[in-house]
Write a protein that binds this ligand. Structure first.
Ligand code: SF4
Ligand code: SF4
Length: 222
């Protein structure tokens, strides 16, 4: 899922300070699961920002709505009516959701309430870890399903840097060395011989370094 974290109430108050009526728009998918931008978080944040604005003697009328997915035009039409009643939207979606709303409502200021962080998994209670940077050319098959592009601080594809200490990464000692994990995983599935293969340099043209990417699946178009 896409993992995001909330901006502070003070930051949000400052972002919307120049407006009188603002719609707080939640998203019911990834950011709901990571406890950052669903209906519950929108309600709690709306209450806190409303109070903070009142204390500043700058009351702002805040309305709320949460749609299924902000990154899907099919659901964005549900924002048309509530958006017509306000002079700005504060989106609790990920960066894609915020931009989708901004494109949909070209005459309305649209702001982000969250900091979009990464593609990750829920490891434990309220704990998420990054697993993928969306490089566009997945090489997980070489590495037993553990991504060195994301999880090795040096993005090494042909073995460890040699700096790890007791299975910890030398760059980030609070994290395991990705190559230790890869070794243990390949050993466990009987594929240690993969470590003898030389992995060629990665084709980074599929990653975002060449600008925003686009996918068109013609076989699914009618
Ligand atoms: S190789 Fe690329 S697509 Fe595959 S998990 Fe790693 S970053 Fe994601
Ligand atoms: S210690 Fe391991 S994870 Fe850290 S940079 Fe070196 S090889 Fe990569």
């Amino acid at each position: 899922m896409i993992v995001a974290s909330p901006k502070s109430v003070t930051e949000l108050k400052n972002i919307i300070a120049g407006h009188k009526k603002v719609l707080f728009a939640g998203c019911g998918t990834c950011v709901t699961v990571c406890l950052a931008g669903g209906e519950r978080e929108v309600s709690i944040t709306a209450y806190a920002v409303r109070m903070a604005c009142r204390l500043d003697k700058n009351p702002i009328e805040i309305s709320q709505v949460t749609i299924e997915r902000q990154c899907d035009n099919e659901f964005l039409k549900e924002l048309a009516e509530p958006a017509s009643q306000v002079d700005a939207i504060l989106s609790f979606g990920c960066g894609a959701g915020v931009q989708a709303i901004a494109e949909r409502f070209p005459n309305l200021p649209v702001y982000s309430a969250l900091n979009t962080q990464f593609l990750g998994v829920l490891e434990g209670q309220a704990t998420w870890t990054e697993k993928c940077i969306g490089c566009g050319d997945c090489v997980l098959a070489h590495f037993g399903g553990i991504c060195p592009v994301t999880r090795c601080a040096k993005r090494l594809l042909n073995g460890p840097c040699g700096g790890s200490l007791k299975d910890r990464c030398e760059v980030a000692p609070d994290k395991p060395c990705a190559w230790q994990l890869i070794y243990e995983r390949l050993k466990g599935i009987g594929q240690l011989d993969r470590l003898e293969e030389v992995v060629p340099p990665k084709d980074w043209s599929t990653a975002w370094y060449s600008g925003a990417r686009k996918i068109v699946r013609k076989e699914h178009q009618v």
